[in-house]
Design a protein around this ligand. Structure first.
Ligand code: HEM
Ligand code: NAG
Ligand code: NAG
Ligand code: NAG
Length: 319
């Protein structure tokens, strides 16, 4: 990359690099073309094999990238294990007993370490795995920008404060995403991720028993598996109609008050995002395009490039 090495450059190029020099501008879709030509294929095979054993894993891998990026950028900080002298992000409220897919990333990483030792970052594996997961479940594809490096730190406190909670109101959801540079429209598009995957009873129990904007037929069926107390880890699909298919059914569900989480139904509750939900519900192609664009933008959150960070050999620990 013209902007990345330190050999002498003509002044005009230095100026150009300066003008274009946001961190995300240094990511590139061809980053591993010569250094690890098999990288994308290896990641796709690992994802496809995991998703064919268990479709939900596609959802889990998509969420893993989100929870990485919202906490000080897409730097694989979420993958660092706690040790006696280090506390990472895995025990954050939104991650503990909830985030899945670490072993899938380990398997892919160990294959990449055999073929291209020390080359492919864990942060890039997460970004590509998220895209390949969406594709594996029938959703849109996009070109993943690459060249992120891995953090040497993690932040439990940022994980606890920056990952939005399912109890948030619409205005707090808009704020949480705006804090990361996203518009309300992009927040709605990204929430469409909940067209796949599962949630634990504990995350929607209060909505189920105490809120009125929930479809009564839907609520009755949910209560079978989510009692008013206990049953915390019992799972229900986020999209009641097609939980292993990346479609726009999530938005159709919101229109009939079948959002599982409080935060889901907030997007269609008489507020400013109702119109966007209606658009995505009636126009699947618009949702797919907006979702893919928002995923690229999410992947650009504060990547480590140049000489910062490292390429971890094991995603769970520092080199
Ligand atoms: C808008 C704010 C959001 C909130 C409040 C939220 C909250 C949640 C909660 C509470 C769960 C269930 C976790 C559990 O029970 O263990 C969940 C699951 C999930 N979330 Fe979100 N989420 C949000 C946005 C997103 C975004 C932006 C993405 C991806 C880009 C995403 C992807 C997922 C996926 C795929 C699952 C299912 C995971 C699985 O089955 O393993 N979510 N979310
Ligand atoms: C934790 O301690 C080990 C062994 O003393 C050391 O190698 C490692 O760098 C320390 N980790 C951190 C994050 O300080
Ligand atoms: C519903 O609300 C009542 C009163 O605020 C509270 O005591 C109860 O714990 C809530 N139930 C659930 C399941 O959240
Ligand atoms: C609740 O769901 C049923 C179908 O399952 C639907 O006919 C009804 O209109 C929904 N109610 C509301 C308030 O959207």
């Amino acid at each position: 990359m013209a902007c990345e090495n330190s050999s002498p450059r003509p002044a005009f190029l230095l100026l150009l690099c300066f003008l274009l020099g946001t961190a995300s501008a240094r990511l590139s879709s061809t980053f591993y073309f010569t250094s690890c030509p098999s990288a994308l294929h290896t990641i796709k095979s690992g994802v496809n094999s995991a998703v064919s054993s268990e479709a939900r894993m596609g959802a889990s891998l998509l969420r893993l990238h989100f929870h990485d990026c919202f906490v000080n950028g897409c730097d694989a900080s979420i993958l660092l294990d706690d040790t006696t002298n280090f506390t990472g992000e895995k025990t954050a409220g939104a991650n503990d007993n909830s985030i899945r897919g670490y072993e899938v990333i380990d398997t892919i990483k160990s294959q990449l370490e055999s073929s291209c030792p020390g080359v492919v970052s864990c942060a890039d594996i997460l970004a590509v795995a998220a895209r390949d997961s969406v594709v594996a479940l029938g959703g849109p594809s996009w070109r993943v920008l690459l060249g992120r490096r891995d953090s040497t730190t993690a932040s439990l406190s940022a994980a606890n404060s920056d990952i939005p909670a399912p109890t948030l109101s619409l205005s707090d959801l808009i704020t949480a995403f705006s804090n990361k540079g996203f518009t309300a429209k992009e927040m709605v598009a990204l929430s469409g991720s909940h067209t796949i995957g599962q949630a634990r009873c504990t995350t929607f129990q209060t909505r189920l028993y105490n809120e009125s904007d929930i479809n009564s037929t839907f609520a009755t069926s949910l209560k079978e598996n989510c009692p008013s107390s206990g049953g915390d880890n019992n799972l229900s699909p986020l999209d009641t109609t097609s939980p292993t298919f990346f479609d726009n059914a999530y938005f159709k569900n919101l229109q009939t008050q079948k959002g599982l989480l409080h935060s889901d139904q907030q997007l269609f509750s008489g507020g400013s995002t109702d119109a966007q939900v209606n658009t995505y519900s009636s126009n699947s192609a618009t949702f797919m395009t907006d979702f893919a664009n928002a995923m690229v933008k999410m992947g650009n959150l504060s990547p480590l490039t140049g000489s910062s960070g490292q390429i971890r050999k094991n995603c769970r620990k520092l080199n």
